[in-house]
Write a protein that binds this ligand. Structure first.
Ligand code: ZN
Ligand code: ZN
Length: 623
């Protein structure tokens, strides 16, 4: 009887009857009358052990724990418990069924073990999130003097991944070099994955480059590792290297590189990868589609996001959230509210991420009452407890709409310690509404929480300046100098002809910097005719007024815009990305520039999108 073909078609409810009555599978007790004939006897046993293995594998596939135990009982009754191979399979089945304790009992009761036994137990512990036990298992193995192989080391590395322990990582690397297992593909892949997850991306890259043989998983792990460590450009370069070798990407690689494009606001690369997903048929994958939706939204292409979103038939919560968050980032609150309704009609229950987007949309568009209602609803109707992000959004909503004391009260009533970004948001609102008392409270907290961030000192002295509190400015400048903080350098990126160009205020090393400066000067003089005046209050270097204007002129987003105007086709949208919050002067500058150049300018700063066109910005002056 061909058990294999039977196994595939046996429905699960028949499994139990087979286990109760294995004679249906031609398994019977070892025949004593044959005991004189050793060869025949053992041949028959081998066949029976094989039949048991097949049943157990079937149990493993179906997660049928009761049947597996029944089968185990029969194995003991028939005297097969000494069969090492069979015991390994039993351990594996119990592991698949989540019966870790039973698996360990079988392991401990084995009179003899093969290395497979050890590896199976270690893999079991890894799968069940008991990495420490897997590590201990390795020490037991070493104590018993058992030889280990590449699978043992891979299991061990997997156990360390969960702990992200750099020390273990180095020790295991040494061990694998000593035992000549480092050149093995599985070991190399697990090793680079562990290095990447421990934040040691350079070591990961070295392992990757030294490997003689690489699987798809190796490539994928390295790309994912780069993205995980925010090495987005390196991720894109590695992906294109894999493409040149005609390696077929999987959904993890694709989602990761799309995420890299989103973070670099690299629309052209993003579009090319979109084309790859269509070619490989991965664009119907809901996770890939979600990262595409997110990427287009972050690159300013909210229309494209919506098209991809609409085309996916079976939408899950991740996709809905990606689209809702995209609309929220673009301050399209009407669309956010409509989608929120639609997702529920579709039978998808909103989660905390959905509410973060809803509340942030309310913040960007000044919908105080709606925000307040959603904040209540999530607790009362959806049984979700607001996390720090939701509180932060609420503080933002109150702050932006001028309800400063309500914002402050909410901060004081929070069930956890307020974060720096919450105080930062309050400080920002105090700037807009010129509330010096609260600004000082918020700034003091920020100086404690972020002693290294000069931006807070800058914001506070801006508030003093706007309120003509000259003495306080002198004091706060002194505080800034004494506190020895470093100012995070502002940087902007723009993508032109497949290349990302980076600009920073000090020492822009762009090869065409002279042309860029000339273009910027020309634009500035034309803008001045339209009434633009540089606002030097936003330049906080301690220098003279004339020098301030020069420094302000060289804010990175202005340089990026000038370069964009030189390199992009006439009339096309200029997309700029910035690592900090855009300053008041640059904001004004972009508004006037959009009018003078008749272009749409999109600046994505660290907080949100600004769509500048015809002298206006989509943010409505709140950022
Ligand atoms: Zn600026
Ligand atoms: Zn704006």
């Amino acid at each position: 009887m061909n058990i294999l073909s039977r196994c595939r078609i046996i429905p699960i409810n028949h499994l139990s009857s087979i286990c109760r009555n294995p004679s249906t599978l031609a398994i019977s007790k070892p025949d004593e009358s044959l005991s004189g004939d050793k060869d025949v006897w053992s041949d028959r046993n081998v066949a029976q052990s094989f039949e048991f293995r097949k049943i157990l594998q079937l149990c493993a596939r179906n997660g049928a724990s009761m049947e597996a135990r029944a089968c185990h009982g029969k194995i003991i009754r028939f005297g097969f418990q000494g069969d090492v191979m069979l015991s390994n399979v039993i351990i594996n089945v119990y592991s698949r069924c989540g019966l870790v304790g039973l698996a360990r009992q079988v392991f401990d009761g084995m009179p003899q073990r093969s290395l497979v036994s050890w590896n199976t137990m270690m893999a079991l512990y890894n799968r069940n999130g008991e990495e420490l036990k897997a590590l201990n298992m390795f020490f037991e193995l070493r104590n018993e003097g058992v030889m280990f192989n590449e699978f043992t080391i891979s299991s061990l590395l997997c156990a360390c991944v969960a702990k992200s322990d750099a020390l273990d990582c180095k020790q295991l690397h040494c061990l694998s070099v000593k035992t000549c297992l480092d050149l093995n593909m599985f070991v190399g892949t697990a090793l680079l994955d562990l290095y990447a997850k421990s934040g040691l991306i350079k070591d990961a890259m070295q392992v990757f480059e030294s490997m003689q043989e690489r699987s798809l998983v190796t490539w994928s792990s390295m790309v994912v590792g780069y993205v995980h460590n925010k090495f987005y450009e390196e991720a894109l370069l590695l992906f294109s290297r894999a493409q040149r070798m005609s390696l077929e990407p999987n959904q993890f690689t694709i989602s990761s590189v799309i995420c890299a494009c989103a973070n670099l606001a690299a629309l052209i690369e993003g579009t090319q990868i979109h084309a790859v997903t269509c070619k490989t048929g991965l664009c119907s994958n809901v996770f890939v589609a979600s990262s595409l939706v997110d990427m287009y939204a972050k690159c300013g292409g909210i229309r494209e996001s919506y098209i991809i979103f609409s085309e996916v038939e079976e939408k899950n919560i991740v996709l809905w959230n990606a689209m809702i968050s995209g609309f929220a980032k673009h301050a399209r609150s009407v669309e956010v509210m409509i989608l929120f309704e639609k997702m529920q009609q579709d039978g998808i229950y909103p989660n905390e991420f959905t509410f973060s987007s809803l509340l942030s949309a309310c913040g960007h568009t000044g919908l105080v009452e709606k925000g307040r209602r959603f904040f209540q609803l999530m607790k009362t109707e959806y049984n979700l407890s607001p996390n720090v992000l939701h509180y932060s959004c609420m503080v933002d909503i109150f702050g932006r709409s001028g309800h400063l004391s309500e914002a402050y009260e909410l901060i004081l009533s929070m069930p956890f310690d307020p974060t720096a970004s919450i105080w930062g948001s309050l400080l920002g609102s105090c700037r807009v509404y010129k509330n010096i008392e609260l600004a000082e409270v918020a700034a003091k907290k920020l100086f404690e929480l972020e002693p290294e961030n000069a931006g807070n000192h800058v914001l506070l002295s801006n508030i003093y300046a706007a309120n003509k509190k000259w003495e306080d400015i002198v004091h706060s400048r002194k505080l800034l100098r004494d506190s020895n903080v470093k100012k995070v350098r502002g940087k902007s990126w723009i993508e032109i002809k497949n290349k990302v160009h980076t600009f920073s205020v000090v020492g822009s090393h762009h090869p065409r910097i002279q042309e860029i400066n000339a273009e910027l000067d020309e634009l500035l003089s034309e803008m001045k005719r339209y009434g633009y005046e540089p606002d030097t209050r936003h330049e906080l270097h301690d220098v003279e007024e004339g020098q301030k204007e020069e420094l302000l002129r060289r804010h990175s987003e202005k340089l990026a815009l000038a370069f964009g105007l030189m390199g992009l086709p006439k009339g096309s949208t200029v997309r700029i990305m910035k690592n900090l919050r855009i300053c008041g002067d640059c904001h004004e500058f972009m508004k006037v520039a959009s009018m003078v150049t008749r272009r749409c300018i999109i600046v994505r700063d660290v907080n949100r999108f600004h769509h500048f066109s015809d002298g206006h910005c989509s943010c409505g002056e709140f950022w």
